[in-house]
Design a protein around this ligand. Structure first.
Ligand code: NAD
Length: 317
């Protein structure tokens, strides 16, 4: 009988879906399993808070599959897994809508100073004359960095709002949106910049002091991708000089974010605690998709959405 170890929280259906097919399902006591817990299991079901490193893999003598119910995979040392013939898969489609909608929510909130006017209303009953005048998304130039699953969905929604969408992605060609081949040009031409790239050697600190200085001084930067894509210190310095420049972040250099210099820039800064995929729908989609993939792997040797993905950008990992 195959043993599957579940780390993190998964729905009851996840357990029954596997047990009904004859699998023994074990629950790890904490997010990261102990060496003892992992040594006899054939499959691991995890989310992003479970870090899989070499020490842990050294004890996983029977492990054949790691299934991460996530889009990202930077929490798994997949290179060691490759060496040891352990298959790694993920569920990149499950939270596209959820992450996209959060991006739009952050964008629109900052354009209308939503948190500021709400706080003023409930705390001091401040009415419209005292509120900052907002901006529409309509007719704004929106620069999408990384036109993948989420970037493309964000681009389509921005287009539906009547925004002028351009994108920078060296690995993608789209007829639907205007491609800008120089990253710096995209920064200069966009009032709003939204980041949707994976974290690679090329995207780490993609936005630093030099790049920020190319952006419109009353522009808006949104990041729902990975925190390290932005040099957060450079961002804080820039925001301190340019008080009209707005930022909305779901991801941070270090998480949980305790950067008081950044957090203190509210409402110029709007933040959410990495909740892009944190919806009932996305978590459920990812769980059920993960169970199906796990069954397909052990029953039919089927592999879908392997880690690393078959994509040109993975050469930068
Ligand atoms: P994806 O792989 O579908 O798309 C990524 C795109 O980035 C690809 O089109 C790729 O060509 C492009 N790219 C790679 N390197 C680039 C570079 N140097 N410059 C410009 N473009 C580059 O990924 P996705 O599913 O759309 O996810 C995008 C990001 O969002 C990932 O970092 C993912 O981890 C993150 N994410 C965050 C949350 C959250 O909770 N905030 C949820 C889901 C996904």
């Amino acid at each position: 009988m195959k043993k599957i170890l579940i780390c993190d929280h998964f729905s009851k259906q996840t357990y029954t879906g596997l047990q009904d097919k004859g699998y023994e399902v074990l629950q790890a006591k904490s997010l990261t399993p102990t060496q003892n817990e992992i040594k006899e299991v054939h499959g691991l079901l995890i989310r992003s808070r479970t870090v899989i490193d070499q020490t842990l893999l050294d004890s996983a003598k029977k492990l054949k599959l790691i299934l991460s119910a996530t889009a990202g995979f930077d929490h798994i040392d997949y290179k060691i897994c490759q060496e040891r013939n352990i298959c790694v898969m993920h569920t990149p489609l499950a939270n596209v809508q959820s992450a996209t909608e959060l991006t739009l929510a952050l964008m629109l909130s900052q354009l209308r100073s939503m948190t500021q006017v709400h706080t003023n209303l409930v705390q001091t009953k401040a009415w419209r004359d005292q509120a900052p005048r907002g901006h529409t998304l309509h007719n704004k130039s929106v620069g999408i960095v990384g036109l993948g699953r989420i970037g493309m969905t964000v681009a389509n929604l921005c287009k539906a709002f009547g925004a002028n969408v351009l994108y920078y992605d060296p690995y993608v060609n789209s007829n639907e949106f205007k491609k800008v081949t120089e990253f710096k040009e995209l920064l200069k031409q966009s009032k709003i910049v939204s980041l949707h790239v994976p974290l690679t050697q090329k995207t780490k600190k993609l936005i630093g002091c030099e790049e920020l200085n190319l952006m419109t001084k009353n522009g808006l930067l949104v990041n729902c991708s990975r925190g390290e894509v932005i040099d957060q210190k450079a961002l804080v310095d820039f925001m301190n000089i340019h008080s009209e420049f707005k930022v909305a972040l779901d991801v941070f250099n270090q998480e949980p974010c305790k950067d008081t210099k950044l957090l203190g820039l509210d409402p110029q800064f709007l933040g959410t605690p990495h909740i892009g995929a944190y919806t009932h729908e996305a978590l459920e989609n990812a769980s059920s998709e993960a169970v199906q993939k796990l069954l397909n792997f052990f029953e039919f040797e089927q592999i879908s959405d392997p880690v690393p993905p078959h994509a040109a950008w993975t050469k930068d990992l």
